[in-house]
Ligand binder design. Structure first.
Ligand SMILES: *[C@@H]1O[C@H](CO)[C@@H](O)[C@H](O)[C@H]1NC(C)=O
Ligand SMILES: *[C@@H]1O[C@H](CO)[C@@H](O)[C@H](O)[C@H]1NC(C)=O
Ligand SMILES: *[C@@H]1O[C@H](CO)[C@@H](O)[C@H](O)[C@H]1NC(C)=O
Ligand SMILES: *[C@@H]1O[C@H](CO)[C@@H](O)[C@H](O)[C@H]1NC(C)=O
Ligand SMILES: *[C@@H]1O[C@H](CO)[C@@H](O)[C@H](O)[C@H]1NC(C)=O
Ligand SMILES: *[C@@H]1O[C@H](CO)[C@@H](O)[C@H](O)[C@H]1NC(C)=O
Ligand SMILES: *[C@@H]1O[C@H](CO)[C@@H](O)[C@H](O)[C@H]1NC(C)=O
Ligand SMILES: *[C@@H]1O[C@H](CO)[C@@H](O)[C@H](O)[C@H]1NC(C)=O
Ligand SMILES: *[C@@H]1O[C@H](CO)[C@@H](O)[C@H](O)[C@H]1NC(C)=O
Ligand SMILES: CC(=O)N[C@H]1CO[C@H](CO)[C@@H](O)[C@@H]1O
Length: 644
């Protein structure tokens, strides 16, 4: 007995001690200066491993664990280190910076939960978390179904950057390793449907990795995140990325409900992915007990609902749909009366259920109250085409402007599939980028992005400005970015705004990034901030009002003719009365393909007497370069916004 207690005590102490030791061990990303590589090393990897073994002097300490050596995305490596090991590494000549590992979240609504996969039981552990399954849950992997649709002949490589651990999140160390390998493999386009918290670019693995990719001509399409519908929510806002938001298409998914013998029918929304037909199944309603009527947690008795469809009554305009109680009680399915019908995401449909608007819910309730043995038939998987208006900005699509990046850009995208989320939009844009790249192998990532942006449209299928699903009001460029992608037009944009890697460095200088930060982002030690500017040659314009209602800003831009032969263009500006935009010169001539022309545009904002569009957007205009005697129109949004 005593021995036993002693033993336990000993174990407890041991555990505490080892916890202390491991507590300090954390993964870090270490940036190194390649020019400090000692001549005795053939490869920087050997240098790093030697450095790691040299910092583990203490015998009581666990040795550092090398994770990855990065060859392309950055100069450096990642390793699991104790604080004292990190301190020693930071003294080594050539050390530039160390960042603790961070986690990004996948921008998908199609979670493993939707697939019914659980960590503790079921297929994942049975398959030993086998690759097949997890690759499907890798959010790089979503290009699979969709990118082939956009660019059927494109070859696809997938990189696993999400590992099943305590979270479904993706570690920066792994994300960088995936991007590093993709660059080594010579991909043309990278599509990332995940994002890290918006930090300065040097701390953001996607921004760092994508800079290296962009320098090699690789287009990096990233999802803007599902943090909408409020402003300042976009992720992946670095200007060398192509940031993609989400929109609806003119298609919806429905289920048909027939009550009893079929005299009463109701159409509801369902995205339940199986072609399921429910015929004359008992319909349960917890009549008389409000808790059961609205399907509160732990209200339903499994004996009452087994094998039945449960009707859950409308509660209030603030209540959404929670299917957990249905699952817990073991019912066959459910019908929810809710005002949240349009906000339901595919992942909400992990059980067979239909959401109906409260008016239809009341019709169902009426039937239930009148019937002795109520039954219901439901037909799932009904696809409706031609719904209007479409596209709309999906409520969850994150909005600009970026908090860190000066420029808020995001595209909207059609043809978005059953899998919704900005994660699904990014691979679509990647697919269009693949088509453009194969049609124009000489186009830079900035050229391709410019072509997609300046030809995007902002009207829906009722000829009105694309609306925001949340407010039902006209969206703005901070919701829908340059607009909805038009692949055909993007392949022949007429003119483009190109950006060289050096221009991004000048921009970082203009943003007051330190020399060390720029070194980390660009991997270059040899650059100059002599021509620092915030005015990058980007196909959109934003004016930030900081505690003022009047300001004047002049932008400088260079256009390149990518059409064959000579052309000329005239500037057409559409602005509200509180915004003036003047292009100088207002006509541009190009003598041949690749000829360039420069213009300045002064934007004056004067809000005296008029009201701002919203709490952060002041007003919106457009500048379009219209081809004289031609059809090309090169359009850019001009937005003025209050500083956050
Ligand atoms: C899970 O994450 C923890 C903490 O970051 C790490 O120590 C561990 O090695 C990870 N496990 C796997 C299987 O990746
Ligand atoms: C269908 O059911 C309703 C009541 O639920 C009843 O009034 C009606 O007569 C029935 N019709 C047929 C054709 O059975
Ligand atoms: C209503 O149902 C709940 C949950 O089953 C139960 O706890 C409660 O007692 C019921 N209320 C009435 C008035 O029967
Ligand atoms: C950068 O620093 C300069 C000098 O301190 C300042 O005038 C400028 O506003 C800063 N720029 C930004 C974008 O913060
Ligand atoms: C740095 O860049 C300048 C201009 O591009 C070049 O002349 C110089 O040789 C470079 N220096 C190094 C060390 O690469
Ligand atoms: C706005 O102005 C204030 C004070 O002049 C300054 O501290 C702040 O950084 C400015 N914000 C932006 C986004 O420029
Ligand atoms: C800007 O205009 C708004 C609305 O007209 C007004 O409420 C606000 O006080 C003005 N701000 C400044 C700094 O003048
Ligand atoms: C644009 O403005 C700059 C600075 O004022 C000036 O040097 C340049 O010549 C202008 N460009 C054109 C095309 O007018
Ligand atoms: C446009 O076409 C008209 C009529 O053919 C011609 O007179 C004019 O010179 C053309 N303008 C340009 C800029 O090509
Ligand atoms: C369902 C849907 O909207 N399909 C469209 C996808 O995009 C192509 C090309 O833009 C259109 O032709 C389809 O109608």
């Amino acid at each position: 007995m005593e021995y036993d207690t002693l033993c336990k005590l000993f174990l407890v102490i041991l555990t505490v001690v080892s916890d202390l030791a491991t507590d300090y061990r954390k993964p870090y990303i270490i940036h190194m200066d390649e020019s400090a590589l000692p001549a005795s090393f053939l490869h920087h990897h050997d240098w790093y491993t030697l450095l790691l073994s040299s910092v583990s002097s203490s015998p009581n300490e666990i040795d550092p664990t090398h994770l990855y050596t990065y060859n392309h995305v950055l100069n450096g490596f990642s390793a699991v280190l104790s604080q004292s090991q990190l301190d020693k590494l930071e003294q080594v000549p050539g050390h530039i910076a160390s960042y603790p590992d961070t986690f990004g979240n996948a921008h998908t609504t199609y979670t493993p939960k939707f697939l019914g996969l659980k960590k503790q039981k079921g297929l994942w552990p049975r398959a030993k978390f086998g690759d097949g399954m997890i690759v499907d849950a890798s959010y790089f992997g979503y290009a699979k179904g969709t990118a082939t649709g956009m660019a059927p002949a494109a070859r696809l490589a997938m990189y696993k950057v999400l590992f099943l651990n305590d979270t479904y999140d993706s570690a920066a160390t792994d994300t960088l390793a995936g991007m590093d390998q993709a660059i080594a493999d010579g991909v043309d386009i990278l599509s990332l449907s995940l994002g890290f918290f918006e930090t300065p670019f040097d701390q953001n693995p996607i921004a760092v990795g994508a800079f290296a990719a962009m320098e090699r001509g690789i287009i990096v399409a990233c999802s803007a995140g599902n943090g909408g519908p409020h402003g300042y929510t976009i992720q992946n806002g670095a200007p060398w990325l192509t940031t993609v938001g989400a929109g609806t298409i003119s298609r919806d998914f429905a289920a048909n409900i027939a009550l009893g013998n079929g005299t009463v029918t109701v159409r509801g929304k369902s995205i339940f992915p199986e072609n399921l037909l429910i015929s004359r199944v008992p319909l349960y309603f917890g009549r008389g007990n409000r808790s059961k009527e609205i399907c509160n947690s732990y209200s339903l008795d499994p004996k009452d609902v087994a094998g039945k469809i449960v009707f859950c009554d409308f509660v209030s305009e603030d209540d959404g749909v929670d299917t957990d109680e249905i699952t817990r009680a073991g019912a066959a399915g459910a019908i929810f009366s809710t005002e949240f019908v349009v906000f339901l995401k595919p992942r909400d449909f992990n059980i067979p259920f239909v959401a109906v608007v409260p008016e239809d819910g009341d019709r169902i309730k009426d039937y239930l109250l009148k019937s002795e043995n109520p039954t219901v038939s439901i037909e799932f998987l009904i696809t409706i085409f031609g719904t209007k208006p479409a596209p709309q900005v999906v409520w969850f699509s994150a909005r600009g402007p970026g908090r860190i990046a000066e420029i808020g850009q995001s595209y909207l995208l059609s043809n978005y599939t059953l899998l919704s989320g900005t994660s699904m939009s990014a691979p679509h844009v990647a697919g269009v980028a693949a088509l453009l790249k194969s049609a124009h192998p000489d186009w830079s990532p900035a050229t391709i992005r410019s072509a997609m942006m300046t030809t995007a449209y902002t009207l829906d299928n009722t000829d009105e400005t694309i609306i925001d699903m949340t407010t039902r009001a006209s969206g703005t460029p901070l919701d829908f970015g340059a607009g909805h992608i038009d692949p055909e037009k993007a392949s022949d944009p007429g003119l483009i705004y190109d950006i060289e890697p050096e221009d991004y460095i000048k921009f970082l200088c203009g943003m007051n990034y330190s020399a060390n930060q720029i070194k980390i982002i660009s991997g270059r030690s040899n650059f100059s901030c002599a021509s620092a500017t915030l005015d990058i040659n980007y196909p959109s314009f934003i004016v930030i009002l900081n505690n003022t209602n009047t300001t004047s800003v002049t932008f400088k831009r260079v256009l390149t003719n990518v059409a064959d032969g000579p052309s000329s263009y005239r500037a057409m500006v559409t602005t509200p009365s509180s915004m003036k935009a003047m292009a100088n010169p207002s006509e541009l001539w190009f003598t041949s393909k690749y000829d360039t022309a420069e213009f300045n545009m002064t934007v004056e904002i004067s809000l005296e007497g008029s009201f701002p569009q919203s709490d952060y957007i002041v007003n919106i205009g457009y500048i379009s370069w219209k081809e004289i005697n031609g059809t090309h129109v090169v359009r850019s949004p001009i937005v003025s916004a209050y500083a956050p």
